[in-house]
Design a protein. Structure first.
Length: 260
């Protein structure tokens, strides 16, 4: 039985946080919710923030960083983020985060316990944005949300991973016909915005053809998407590849959702 497990705890514009557990090591990707919420979610999985050794931040937007200061005030964790993200997050009001912060260049590799975590650049309208490749002795996980399009770097970085958490933010028609202001629609649809269901589906099929077995669709918009629409788009794109033992799930907004 595998000792490696992955759950999104929170996923969407209200806050993002993902739990990754190896045999001896437990980490988080992003901390966009407060410690009480994250702790309650972790306890439902039989663990606690006290067991988290490291938090890896993708970028500086508040739905990925909101809980850091309060977590760092109470728990002995190391927070990893790029220098440009740290410049955006750190202020005179963040002494607890500063003392636990490990600042990196855009591309870096860090080992914690049996896990090896490497960053790669992602196209998003923040100071800097990265995805992660997490390697355990058992398998390799890719993580890429908040990406405006599938860049060559994103494609190359994720090709060959065993499992992936991939953004499927919006249905294009729902977004275009919805009540968002024009400037916000343009931002979301831009090459530095968010990935649509259609783009996620096309990329998922490519990844599956190259060996990826497990997919969890994340960061769905509550206004401009629907879990069934996201699931259906990717399910159809996978087509006959599904016979190869593919698993596909959609992350809940505020409930733990299992990838593996």
């Amino acid at each position: 039985m595998s000792n490696f497990s992955v759950y999104t705890l929170f996923s969407g514009s209200k806050g993002n946080c993902t739990f990754v557990s190896g045999e001896k090591t437990q980490i988080l990707i992003d901390a966009g919710m407060g410690p009480r919420s994250i702790e309650a979610s972790l306890k439902s999985l039989g663990t606690s923030l006290e067991n988290i050794t490291d938090i890896f931040i993708t970028h500086d937007h508040s739905d990925h960083t909101r809980g850091l200061e309060a977590i760092c005030a109470k728990y002995d964790v190391t927070v990893h983020m790029t220098e440009r993200s740290a410049d955006a997050v750190i202020t005179s009001l963040t002494p607890n985060l500063e003392k636990r912060l490990c600042v990196h260049p855009l591309l870096y590799t860090e080992s914690t316990g049996e896990l090896k975590i490497s960053s790669f650049a992602t196209p998003h309208d923040s100071n800097a944005s990265v995805g992660y490749i997490i390697r355990s002795p058992e398998l390799t996980l890719g993580f890429a949300t908040d990406i405006g399009y599938v860049s060559d770097t994103v494609r190359d970085s994720l090709t060959g991973v065993d499992a992936v958490i991939l953004e499927a933010n919006h249905d294009i028609t729902m977004l275009e016909e919805g009540n968002y202001p024009v400037f916000l629609k343009k931002r979301i649809l831009s090459r530095f915005g968010h990935l649509s269901n259609d783009d996620a589906a096309e990329f998922a099929a490519y990844l599956a053809e190259n060996g990826t077995k497990h997919f969890l669709l994340a960061h769905l918009s509550e206004q401009n998407n629907d879990p069934e629409a996201a699931f259906g788009a990717v399910y159809c794109a996978l087509g006959n590849i599904r016979s190869r033992g593919i698993t596909l799930a959609v992350a809940e907004t505020a409930l733990p959702t299992r990838l593996i």
